[in-house]
Ligand binder design. Sequence first.
Ligand SMILES: Cc1cc2nc3c(=O)[nH]c(=O)nc-3n(C[C@H](O)[C@H](O)[C@H](O)COP(=O)(O)O)c2cc1C
Length: 319
Amino acid sequence: MLETRVTKLLGIRDPILQGGMAWISRAELVAAVSEAGGLGVLASGTLRPSELKDELRKVRAATSKPFAVNVSLVPAHPDADAKTAALLTDIALDEGVRIFTISAGSPTVLTDKLKQRGAVVIHVVPSARLAKKAEAAGVDAVVAEGYEAGGHVGHDEHTSVVLWPSAVRAVKIPVIAAGGIADGAGMAAALAFGAEGVQIGTRFIATTECNAHASFKQRIVDAPETPTVVYCKSTHPGRALGTPVVERLVALEKGGAGALELEQLRGRGRSRAGCVDGDLAEGILPCGAAAGLVTRVVSVAELMRELVEGYQAAKGRMP
Ligand SMILES: Cc1cc2nc3c(=O)[nH]c(=O)nc-3n(C[C@H](O)[C@H](O)[C@H](O)COP(=O)(O)O)c2cc1C
């Protein structure tokens, strides 16, 4: 038991959130994380409204512990439009969800509505400046996500070791550290900087309960020390493993391609093709720099144990 303001706010045993991950943080993973004492986070952005309801029922059937829904303000599903985030949020609220993580947009969009309905709101930010803005909008906590993270990353390129303490200094609400954490030592570092919890994405992909394709998990396990690249820096930067299509995107951008050309090649179906179907040639595998620290696929329960024990061991190693 590792009590912080984050564990109290969320009603969880250990201050570990599994980050919402487009296409691959579905009911089985979410329920397993919550059952193991953390907070499972269901990514809603790549679900159709009816699928969201089904997934919520599956999570509830598997655990009675708290869990959250992630709402990405940028449409992620190929069928989604600008109104989809609000629709998914309403469905989750009506289904009784009371913890939300909101990302990729302004904290003013959904916070009031969520607070009025009694929900806990956590906003994901890439800078201390935006952490302050989220605090002013009334959120309960922020996830300060450094440039090492998998998936969308900030234009400002703030890396975790500088971002985390900057965010802690900037706001009074609790800060949850994300970006590059794959083990207990990373968690100890984040808490040493004053964060009161961690959010982990990439490490949770290489678990048995994650629905990511086996070849994606294997690419993470086999990843070299610096396995990822950031592509589409001039539009919506994303960090992913270096698959052929990502390399094409990087080359296109270096050659001076404009936003339209880049976004056309990136498409919206490519992450699904990579993450779920295992299409390593035409798909995109969003993934954090911490893939270089992952050496095996384990169960969520084992990973949660390793994180907490690794955290204790790291504290013990301090001079
Ligand atoms: C495959 C993948 C998909 C992601 N999709 C989302 C998403 O839909 N919404 C979101 O807020 N964050 C998303 N993220 C970010 C994670 O929630 C988390 O903050 C991030 O992975 C933390 O950094 P790490 O990968 O170094 O652990 C995604 C990350 C990955 C690796």
